[in-house]
Design a protein around this ligand. Structure first.
Ligand code: NAD
Ligand code: UDP
Length: 308
């Protein structure tokens, strides 16, 4: 197949380019390089199965493709809050442009949604049936509400125009090619530990997250795209749940770093807890994560050692 990946030069997108090319597909990677980089796809640039197009998803585009994966959107809080209006436009207009193209081509189209649609959840762990607890006017809203609106658009195109959609709700994912200054917790802690500077825990460190290794996540993406039993939304994430304090301690141990842990103010609307209910992924995709945090951190630390 010929497959379009928006946001294909980012952390997840570049791994997805690799995976689909390894499965012998042709890939068109569309990206405006806001948070992604040519370095992430440099190894693919001479490959005849790969094309890079520098373009913004908020502007219409046309390609003749069989499938579309829509990943374009900054994902780390400092990046998506840098220009919040642009973030909402990216999610909403990017979705409309992908769906319009999919409608014309009769192509299957995939949306990278997020556990942020659950906001600061009052149901734990979070099943797909939970509607969430999202602040519509806070600093995270540009991302959370943009992604929620994108899901709405996907379902309306599906109901009104029979567009063949798939939606995945991604829980915190980490691995090689995260940007060292990305601002997300796993990359921050690893870079800080390797540099020997203080690890910055926001708040008391008792908030929890569930961390999925990138290879596991992408296997879930492709399985969702390949099956026809459900359009989603399907949670993909690792149900192992850790406090940020536990994560910091694990990173210090694995890097053998002498860095200290310090505390900084908790950002507003920072969710207290998050863990995916992956019953649907197990049922429809026969998917569950294989790489546990300890192993995934070791692989990610090995990558950052070459960058820091
Ligand atoms: P990333 O920032 O590394 O990748 C996003 C990519 O989209 C970058 O290459 C960026 O340049 C590109 N982009 C941003 N705005 C664009 C625009 N207007 N036009 C074209 N390209 C644009 O982040 P990531 O972690 O790889 O996330 C990929 C997708 O997965 C995002 O949609 C994100 O919301 C979603 N997601 C990721 C996580 C995670 O933990 N990594 C969790 C939930 C959801
Ligand atoms: N966090 C932290 N130190 C950092 C970066 C983040 O303690 O240097 C916290 C953050 O406040 C949040 C958790 O780690 O509670 C996960 O943050 P991240 O930005 O990675 O993802 P998200 O909040 O979107 O899940």
């Amino acid at each position: 197949m010929r497959i379009l990946i928006t946001g294909g030069a980012g952390f997840l997108g570049s791994h997805l380019c690799d995976k689909l090319i390894a499965q012998d597909h042709d890939v068109v990677c569309l990206d405006n390089l806001f948070t992604g980089s040519k370095a992430n796809i440099a190894h693919l640039l001479g490959n005849p199965k790969f094309e890079f197009v520098r373009h913004d998803v908020i502007d219409p585009f046309k390609f003749e493709v069989d499938q579309i994966y829509n990943l374009a959107c900054p994902a780390s809080p400092p990046h998506y809050q840098f220009n919040p209006i642009k973030t909402t436009k990216t999610s909403v207009m990017g979705a409309i442009n992908c769906l319009g193209l999919a409608k014309r081509l009769k192509a299957r189209v995939f949306q990278a949604s997020t556990s942020e649609v659950y906001g600061d959840p009052s149901v734990h762990p979070q099943p797909e049936s939970y509607w969430g607890n999202v602040n519509p006017i806070g600093k995270r809203s540009c991302y959370d509400e943009g992604k929620r609106c994108a899901e709405t658009l996907f379902f309306d195109y599906h109901r009104e125009n029979k567009v063949d959609i798939r939606i995945v709700r991604i829980f915190n994912t980490y691995g090689p090619r995260m940007h060292p200054n990305d601002g997300r917790v796993v990359s921050n802690f690893i870079v800080q530990a390797l540099k020997g500077v203080d690890l910055t825990i926001y708040g008391d460190g008792q908030q929890t997250r569930s961390f999925c290794y990138v290879d596991d996540l992408l296997e879930g993406f492709v399985r969702l795209m390949e099956q026809t039993e459900t359009v989603g939304p399907v949670n993909i994430g690792n149900p192992g749940e850790f406090t940020m304090l536990e994560l910091a301690e694990q990173v210090l141990k694995l890097t053998k770093s002498k860095s200290k842990i310090i505390h900084k103010p908790l950002p507003t609307d920072d969710p207290r807890q998050r863990r995916p209910d992956i019953t649907l992924a197990k049922k429809y995709l026969k998917w569950e994560p294989k790489v546990q945090l300890n192993e995934g951190l070791k692989r990610t630390i090995a990558y950052f050692k070459t960058k820091v």
